[in-house]
Design a protein around this ligand. Structure first.
Ligand SMILES: Nc1ncnc2c1ncn2[C@@H]1O[C@H](COP(=O)(O)OP(=O)(O)OP(=O)(O)O)[C@@H](O)[C@H]1O
Ligand SMILES: [Mg+2]
Length: 219
């Protein structure tokens, strides 16, 4: 079963949020998910400590560069989806995780600065592709997207498409419920209502479906 690596050297791009939203939606849909917290800042472990970890999700913390490949291989078994959350840096740990990926997702806020730093993730993926002589499927997802799309957003989207970068649709919208995941733990369905909960859940479901479709497409 697939390993999905969430990677961007840009801090605060929405990596950990994307990892949790994806894990909780896939688990809700019936999948068994292993979340690997490879960030020394331990965002996923913080989330996991806030409330009971949702059914079918296991979180492993403090995975470093020495054990990342082994840990992914051990958990990447039948019926299991591995999701790897990384620090916002370019490092050997990040490259090693990417080398094991069936899909790399790069979350990105649609601002010029974020896109400029974020596309460096694509260079890291390319380097691993060259080293391993295999294609590593990857896609960008826009995060913290506002309901009214800015010109900057449209421009960045057009530029990525011109470069042949795959975009996951829908983007993850800016929603109180998504940031509240770190406050309450658990998933969107068990959280005290935050803003437009139905819209947040629909957004999360549609995003997870898009990821699932891309994994099966690229398999
Ligand atoms: N879609 C969203 N809607 C609202 N808030 C969001 C959304 N995505 C992320 N955030 C908030 O933005 C901040 C950064 O998000 P997150 O921690 O997921 O990014 P990150 O890329 O994992 O950061 P780091 O590089 O530090 O690991 C957090 O406070 C998070 O709650
Ligand atoms: Mg993070």
């Amino acid at each position: 079963m697939p390993t999905i690596v969430i990677a961007s050297p840009k801090g605060g791009a929405g990596k950990s949020t994307t990892a949790i939203v994806l894990a909780t939606e896939l688990a809700h849909a019936g999948a068994r998910v292993t979340l690997l917290d490879c960030d020394p800042n331990r965002s996923l472990s913080l989330w996991a400590g806030r409330a009971a970890v949702p059914h079918r999700i296991e979180v492993l913390s403090d995975i470093g560069e020495a054990e990342i490949v082994r840990t992914i291989k051990r958990h990447d078994q039948d019926g299991q989806i591995v999701i790897v959350d990384l620090e916002g840096v370019a490092s050997r740990l990040v490259s090693r995780a990417i080398s094991q990926a069936d899909l790399v997702i790069t979350p990105m806020r649609a601002t010029t600065l974020d896109a400029t730093v974020g596309v460096r993730a694509l260079q890291l993926i390319q380097e691993e592709e060259e080293a391993l002589d295999r294609r590593i499927p990857h896609a960008v997802v826009f995060t913290m997207t506002k309901a009214i799309r800015s010109k900057q957003h449209s421009g960045i989207e057009a530029s990525l498409r011109d470069q042949g970068v795959a975009l996951l649709e829908p983007p993850l919208m800016e929603r109180a419920a998504f940031s509240a995941l770190f406050e309450f733990g658990g998933d969107l369905r068990n959280m005290p209502p935050q803003g437009n909960m139905d819209a947040a859940i629909r957004n999360a479901e549609d995003f997870a479906r898009a990821v699932y479709a891309r994994m099966t497409e690229d398999a």
